[in-house]
Design a protein around this ligand. Sequence first.
Ligand code: UD1
Length: 342
Amino acid sequence: MKILVTGGTGYIGSHTVVELLAKGYEVIIVDDLSNSSIEVLGNIEKITGKKPLFEQFNLTDTEKTGAFFRNNTDIGGIIHFAAFKAVGESVEFPLKYYHNNLVSLINILHGMKENTIRNIVFSSSCTVYGQPAILPVKEDAPLQKAWSPYGNTKQISEDILNDTSKVTDIQAILLRYFNPIGAHESTLIGELPLGEPNSLMPYITQTAIGKRPFLRVWGNDYDTPDGTAIRDYLHVTDLAKAHVIAVERMLNSKMKQKVEVFNLGTGNGFSVMQVIDSFERSTGVRLNYQIMGRRAGDIEQVWADTDFANKELGWTAEKNLDEMTLSAWKWEKVLAKEWAPK
Ligand code: UD1
């Protein structure tokens, strides 16, 4: 069975490709390499012994996307990761985000319709919940108006998939990720942040390795036990495995509704200070940090109710926080040695 993975050389995409190949699926990646490296393909092959098929183009190109689908009529399912994801940048360049993230999805859906491909797994985000009133947050919690164009593209994409499924044979699984961190145990693939990272984990590891002078902890006056904001961090390999389960659920006709939504997290919330403590404990490395004011747009606390994903999808995140922070550190050390800018 051939699976199309868009954004398959990216952070979560590459880990998912590895899990798909390990399970015997044929994988074709479409990626424009705008935020990833071609070297990832060779490293996927080193891990799995198999090379995924690869085409480099941007899915907003309607002609190229149409031709791609006409040439690949044997695709059984699609996992759609390809999207821009920098929240701050999306505020500065909203059209860039709306154009890229929405037009690519629309082109894919046209391709699916024309080639009778029924199955799509979509990368959504816990950002759609905003600051939930009730924690842990369940899939049926009310969505809140997105504050950033990035977050809005996730909400609109969910709407596009819902509306399209009503009038076509297309069925979709929307996976709402919490905060993926860490890297593959082989240390051959992981997150490759371009420039200064926005996210916590790569900022921590880049500080520890000496690329950044200190971590800025964005706020310690939140209404949480230690005052710092709380998130649900999960290991990227656990997250990747959920995608394989989701695609198999579609292929094996196990879906109970045309569109299903699952939260993907561990179900545990950890504060920024707890993540720092875990990093220092698991690696033995001391981290420089300074407490700063709050970051605009940050929510105070969110973690997942994973009951539905555990029971209905049959998926549970396995790795604990110390394993995650250690795995991120091992990757950073490899990055510093082998992926140094050329
Ligand atoms: C962010 C996005 C979210 C998106 C996700 C994708 C915002 C508001 N949210 O989530 O929409 O889906 O990335 O990856 O941008 N922190 C620090 N210092 C740092 C970096 C982060 O203290 O240098 C803190 C943050 O304030 C936050 C926590 O660490 O409390 C996690 O931050 P981050 O990794 O950026 O993820 P989110 O903000 O949860």
